[in-house]
Design a protein around this ligand. Structure first.
Ligand SMILES: [Zn+2]
Length: 225
């Protein structure tokens, strides 16, 4: 059996379909991987269809957010009324088509963790109910392990500083040293690495170490007063 890498080195993700070339209708030659319900946070749970495409040595996962009445309808009708569809994950082909679909599903679900989480499995066929359950269980266990590991670094210099600045740092769960904290003076959160002693905010496009975080907090405090 060939060696399968659950985190392929050539894996690429566009989870929120930010790149225009990925924001496209699901191709006709993509097969249904599974239909699931996803929780978008707070209130909204919607059905989502995931499609798998193996093409020219590459595996692709496509997503379509469906309306509530879409499950049970023919594919064309589901896609015609879909909220948003596009290519969310891709990598070099590995193993069987089912394996390829599972690898990309795992990567997609991990990348959306904390924002979007599968609530229920509706139907396959490529990703089976037991594979779906197994992958979610593995990701949840990994998430909990990461949170425990991050908590053990709660006295890292940058975490201590973030607490002193009132930024409410808390373990994020994506990696053993990933933390969320409030972006100073803003309504969104930024990321901190307790092992690298660095922070970064994707919204504000700022990053740095402890000195830069303190300077940013002071600068915004002055701007408000
Ligand atoms: Zn920010």
């Amino acid at each position: 059996m060939p060696y399968l890498n659950p985190r392929p080195h050539d894996l690429e993700l566009d989870v929120w379909l930010k790149q225009s070339e990925n924001h496209a209708p699901v191709p006709d030659d993509a097969e249904c991987a599974c239909l699931q319900e996803i929780n978008l946070g707070a209130v909204d749970v919607i059905p989502e269809a995931l499609f798998f495409r193996r093409h020219a040595g590459r595996d692709e996962l496509w997503s379509a957010g469906l309306t509530h009445d879409a499950p049970g309808k023919p594919r064309a009708a589901q896609l015609a009324s879909a909220y948003k569809q596009g290519r969310v994950a891709w990598a070099g082909s590995q193993g069987t088509r089912a394996t390829g679909a599972e690898i990309l599903f795992r990567a997609l679900t991990a990348a959306r963790q904390g924002h979007v989480w599968p609530e229920a499995f509706l139907e396959g066929p490529l990703i089976t109910e037991s594979a779906h359950r197994r992958i979610l269980g593995e990701l949840e266990a990994e998430h909990e392990r990461n949170i425990r590991d991050a908590e053990a670094q709660a006295e890292a210099e940058i975490i201590v500083l973030a607490r002193r600045l009132g930024l409410r740092p808390e373990p994020a769960g994506q990696s053993p040293s990933a933390w969320y904290a409030d972006c100073p003076g803003k309504a969104h959160r930024l990321m901190i690495s307790s092992s690298a002693n660095q922070f970064g905010c994707g919204y504000c496009r700022v990053k740095g170490e402890t000195a830069e975080l303190e300077a940013l907090a002071n600068q915004r405090k002055e701007a408000r007063s």
